[in-house]
Ligand binder design. Structure first.
Ligand SMILES: [Zn+2]
Length: 280
């Protein structure tokens, strides 16, 4: 009677063959993968969203790398950088500096081969004006980010995480805004969201490790780039004359050498299953 459970024999043999078929399919995919990998990035869209002109210092070399590979790369810069004064230059805060930094940012984007979307928001996001100044400003920025995502349909987004790379409040706010917009709905096509991060072990100051570092175990996406990408990147950064002197550029070059030409990213990973407990 037990034989009658498989009247046609199909189920019995099907059960035997299924693992076989899966193994063969995996083998075919494995054999095909090097061929597919050659051109997979061409035609993709990458969107980097940062707070200030010059924030591409965090990952400009890989923006150039992907642009070279045929990826459409958009660099969204949220603010005008009007308060970006320093003791290396004579610039004063205000409209003139904002206009200069817009030109510098365009120069850098051109060198990197990326399309710049420079928004109109004020450096420091009107925080000095308190709640009523800041809130309409950040809400408008979030809606702009939403509209840009709708328009360009990115495959991947890179922005700041809670560390803000340097702990700068604008960085943290821009990263949080992008994350909220990303989470606000199920997008038409899947988007990979990443936060650019600095491994704690590359930071010496113990306080900065807490404020701006991340344990390297969280930074599981490591994107390497070529010497050529690095040189293009340094030339791009040199556009920001109002921000970096020659010594600053040299310091940055050395840091990239120490970091072995790798940009570290932390991928946003959503839940894969539901649960009824905070401990599961
Ligand atoms: Zn910045």
């Amino acid at each position: 009677m037990k034989k009658m459970k498989y009247p046609t024999g199909q189920r019995k043999y099907g059960m035997l063959f299924t693992p076989f078929i899966i193994i063969i399919q995996i083998a075919i995919l494995f054999l095909q993968s090097p061929v597919i990998a050659q051109d997979t990035n061409e035609g993709k869209t990458l969107m980097a969203v940062f707070a200030h002109p010059d924030d591409e210092i965090t990952l400009g070399a890989i923006l150039n790398k992907y642009a070279e590979e045929g990826v459409k790369v958009y660099l969204v810069v949220a603010t005008d950088g009007r308060f970006g004064t320093n003791d290396r230059t004579e610039h004063v805060a205000g409209d003139d500096l904002a206009a200069l930094r817009r030109e510098e940012m365009q120069c850098s984007a051109n060198k990197l081969g990326v399309e710049l979307i420079h928004l109109k928001y004020q450096d420091q996001l009107r925080s000095a004006e308190g709640y009523d100044g800041h809130m309409p400003h950040i809400r408008s920025l979030m809606k702009d980010i939403y509209d840009i995502m709708e328009r360009i349909q990115p495959d991947a987004i890179v922005t700041f995480g809670p560390d803000g790379w340097s702990n700068h409040m604008d960085h943290r706010l821009v990263g949080a805004s992008v994350t909220q917009v990303f989470l606000s709905k199920k997008w038409e096509k899947p988007i990979n969201l990443f936060y650019v991060g600095r491994p704690s072990n590359f930071i010496e100051d113990p306080e900065r490790k807490i404020l701006a570092g991340q344990n390297i175990s969280y930074l599981t996406t490591k994107v390497s780039y070529s010497e050529k990408n690095r040189n293009t990147f340094i030339h791009a950064l040199a556009c920001h004359k109002s921000q970096f002197g020659e010594d600053g550029l040299e310091r940055m070059m050395k840091r990239r050498t120490d970091e072995k030409r790798v940009v570290y990213l932390r991928k946003f990973v959503g839940p894969t299953e539901s649960s009824d407990s905070v401990f599961n």
